[in-house]
Design a protein around this ligand. Structure first.
Ligand SMILES: *Cc1c(COP(=O)(O)O)cnc(C)c1O
Length: 440
């Protein structure tokens, strides 16, 4: 999945002048009346003309991309924006509960088109849940997944196990698992579906198409997304670059990528060291130096937002390109900020896992800095479902100080400002009624 000459990742490019391209984005509304056709129902493949690497009849779908763009004034108020400006893009509504299904349907489609029978990935949890689901539903391939030990939220691990994937637990973290799965898939000829896979990114472009669709094809001012391996941000940049090239939009939103402070490689490289695209020649030596230093100091990513607990983001260069194309910024937020934002999303939305809430915490930070204006239109991508990581949620709301300290205190979280505490009451009807009257 890498270039023989430069060693960097491959990119999917199309000869648009030889392909049927829609005249306007609204043309995609044609598909709505044909939802009985699985390829029109799919939130990925109804945009097939914008990712036409395999004929549409051969595209694999399990019904991914039935997502929702919800206006949320409650969360908007929390981040300091005026009513009507803040939207939450709920990717947790995908079949496996995260945005990863968008990319998996595309990678899976490509894998099948080249005759693969086994697919592998290293994962902080959601990629493996997605791969395992596609394998179990379609029966087209067998899944082999690599996870770091103790580094995966139970909601995600339970999916891989339940869907019957061969699960290999490596004594190490995500980056270790990633390095191994690359070696193993080469050795055994197994198709690799990590986001080193360029087709994953093709599927993830459609998150942006659905955002535009929900806004009746109007371009918002900002897209805010958590940054882990940087597949999403890279895909969003590619999506808007192509839409502009095709004349389907006249401008791009700005992009804000939010790192966890405990896993802030992108933030350090871009905002502190000035890493930038430089017409396709970003300073690779500076990146190597950064990684060498990280290793020498034994610094390892650590955050409650396990989906973005990553040291060496594999799509770094594509992401730098996206930042250039979308006039982007990068910020970091603490686990405290992430969990407070997550509680606000839960209270005023459908809920999300910790990593997803980084987008809301980051928006709050950018509004306070004046980078995002209170009247702008902002879309926060909520990447994963609330039930993916119930431990983090329960620990935040708990009255059990020991549990709080164990799960969150160890990560520098000091208080749960928006905790919704369970009321303890004896098993006595009068006491229960009294408690309800007191607290409601
Ligand atoms: C994978 C994942 C991320 C990170 O996305 P990248 O594309 O790797 O930056 C963020 N949130 C959730 C819930 C994820 O599963």
């Amino acid at each position: 999945m890498a270039c023989d000459r430069c060693g960097d990742l491959l990119d999917v490019a199309y000869a648009w002048d030889r392909l049927p391209v829609p005249g306007a984005l609204a043309d995609f509304e044609r598909q709505w009346s044909r939802r009985y056709d699985p390829h029109c129902f799919s939130g990925v493949w109804r945009f097939h003309e914008l990712l036409p690497f395999v004929p549409v009849e051969q595209c694999v779908t399990v019904g991914e991309g039935q997502t929702l763009l919800q206006a949320s004034d409650g969360v908007g108020r929390y981040v300091g924006m005026n009513p009507g400006g803040l939207f939450l893009q709920y990717e947790g509504m995908n079949p496996s509960g995260s945005f990863k299904d968008n990319g998996m349907s595309a990678a899976f489609t490509h894998a099948r088109s080249v005759g693969a029978t086994r697919a592998a990935c290293a994962s902080t949890g959601n990629t493996s849940a997605s791969l395992a689901l596609y394998c179990s539903v379609t029966r087209l391939m067998k899944a082999v997944i690599f996870v770091g030990s103790g580094k995966i939220a139970y909601g995600k691990l339970s999916q891989a196990l339940d869907y019957g994937a061969l699960t290999v637990q490596i004594a190490g973290d995500f980056d270790d698992a990633m390095a191994r799965v690359k070696e193993v898939s080469k050795e055994l000829g197994i198709y690799l579906v990590n986001s080193v896979n360029p087709f994953r990114l093709e599927g993830q472009k459609t998150i942006m198409y659905r955002v535009l669709e929900a806004l009746r094809w109007e371009v918002p001012d900002w897209i805010v997304v958590p940054g882990g391996n940087l597949g999403n941000s890279s895909a969003f940049g590619k999506a808007f670059c192509e839409l502009k090239e095709l004349g389907l939009v006249d401008r791009s939103p700005r992009l804000a990528i939010i790192n966890a402070a405990g896993a802030n490689t992108l933030y350090e490289l871009v905002e502190k060291q000035g890493l930038c695209w430089r017409k396709g020649l970003p300073d690779g030596a500076a990146v190597c130096r950064y990684y060498d230093e990280m290793d020498a100091q034994h610094r390892r990513a650590s955050t409650i937002a396990s989906a973005i607990e990553i040291n060496r983001p594999v799509n770094l260069n594509k992401c730098i390109r996206a930042l250039e194309g979308m006039n982007g910024v990068v910020r970091e937020v603490t686990d405290q900020q992430i969990l407070d934002a997550k509680a606000q999303v839960g209270a005023g939305g459908i809920g999300c896992e910790p990593a997803s809430a980084a987008s809301v915490a980051g928006t709050k930070l950018l509004v306070s800095e004046g980078v995002i204006g209170p009247d702008e239109r902002v879309v926060c991508i909520l990447t994963g479902h609330q039930l993916k990581d119930p431990n983090a949620t329960v620990a935040y709301h708990t009255t059990d100080q020991e549990l709080f300290n164990k799960v969150l205190g160890s990560r520098g979280v000091r208080r749960a400002a928006f905790a919704n505490r369970a009321v303890a009451v004896s098993n006595d009807l009068d006491e229960i009624i009294k408690a309800i009257q007191l607290y409601s």
